[in-house]
Ligand binder design. Structure first.
Ligand code: KG4
Ligand code: ZN
Length: 335
């Protein structure tokens, strides 16, 4: 089954053709990051406009790279939630128009489910059930993936998402948007034990996360140093911050895996590109005799391929949209 999938939930306009949920026939990502960089973060109105401009060309290029016409496709898929509402609406309306024009069924895909499915494209042997740490710019969840379409959230952030915390800390250190990757690189050169930062715990909810206290602590540390006119040891601060975030994520994730008896661990979302997070999960999985998977770097961030992967399984479970499909800024991964 060949699905043409469209993603426009944030600042990448992307599309792909995916075969049977596992094979990428083509994938095109048009990023807007250079423009949002000017403002230090995504400007929703600009994002919507750029999606409008890019989407037709991205879809045409995706079909061309696959060497296919609409007539050779079996279905269409689109990210419909969660995300920036104006940005999502561009993809959803474009996909509904295509569905009407071609007669192809349209499959609605939840953005975080698609981040998880990025793993199916890279790891043919991976099948649910497994425990997944979904960490992106907007979400930090520990999710029981019971089947391809049945999910249960067992832990989540009480305030900032991990990616958001990385981006805000990086911005205070003078790094360009999106800061996560720059902070990660700077951290490689620093001493992770140079600053004592809080290791946040949420009392009474042992799998939940809280990053806002940690973020405030690092911002205060930087501002205090600046006020005293001291040179900022950026790499050391980055390394200490990254260690604190990664320890919080991995401690809760491993505790949940122990308590619930999961032997397969999966990382998903933009922050799964973090080099320390990948290393720590590998180490902990190996020590405890578990299997661990994460997407290749090019599939960690937003892309159309992951949407087509999840869409295949949504289709098999009967999840087909009608012409009334709407976008939603928020929606639980449990659906
Ligand atoms: O999943 P994603 O591409 O978009 C959302 O759905 O939000 O995630 C983007 C987030 C950004 O906050 C970005 O800074 C973060 O992922 N990120 C990283 C790294 N690469 C991307 N955070 C930490 N370390 C990285 N290497
Ligand atoms: Zn995303």
């Amino acid at each position: 089954m060949k699905i043409l999938s469209i993603e426009s939930s944030c600042d990448e306009t992307a599309a792909a053709v995916i075969e049977d949920g596992r094979k990428i026939l083509s994938s095109v990502v048009a990023t807007q990051v250079e423009e949002h960089k000017l403002y230090g973060g995504v400007v929703p109105e600009i994002a919507s406009r750029r999606h409008c401009e890019a989407i037709n060309g991205v879809v045409r290029e995706t079909l061309a790279q696959a060497g296919m016409t609409f007539g050779e496709l079996d279905a269409l898929a689109v990210t419909y939630a969660p995300g920036l509402i104006g940005a999502l609406l561009v993809g959803v309306n474009f996909a509904k128009g295509l569905s009407l024009a071609t007669g192809l069924p349209l499959i609605p895909v939840h953005h975080l489910r698609s981040h998880i499915a990025a793993n199916y494209l890279a790891h043919p042997e991976l099948e649910p059930p497994f425990l997944c740490l979904v960490v992106s710019g907007g979400h930090s969840h520990i999710v029981e993936v019971k089947s391809y379409t049945e999910m249960k959230i067992i832990g989540k952030t009480r305030d900032d998402a991990a990616g958001e915390a990385f981006d805000k800390a990086a911005r205070t250190m003078g790094m360009p948007y999106p800061g996560g990757i720059h902070l990660d690189k700077a951290a490689e050169l620093g001493d992770p034990d140079s600053f004592r930062l809080p290791h946040p715990k949420v009392s009474g909810a042992e799998y939940d996360f809280s990053f806002s206290g940690l973020k405030t602590a690092v911002i205060n540390l930087i501002h205090n140093a600046e006020q005293r006119g001291e040179a900022l040891p950026v790499s050391d601060i980055a390394a200490s911050f990254r260690k604190a975030v990664v320890e919080s994520l991995t401690d809760n994730f491993m505790r949940a895996a122990d308590d619930l008896g999961y032997h397969t661990l999966v990382l998903a979302g933009g922050v799964s590109a973090n080099s320390l997070l990948r290393k720590k999960i590998d180490e902990k999985a190996e020590k405890s005799g578990r299997r661990c998977f994460y997407p290749p770097l090019e599939l960690c961030g937003d892309n159309g391929a992951m949407v087509g992967a999840q869409a295949y399984y949504e289709y098999l479970s009967g999840n087909i949209a009608d012409i009334g499909l709407n976008a939603a800024a928020t929606m639980s991964i449990e659906l």
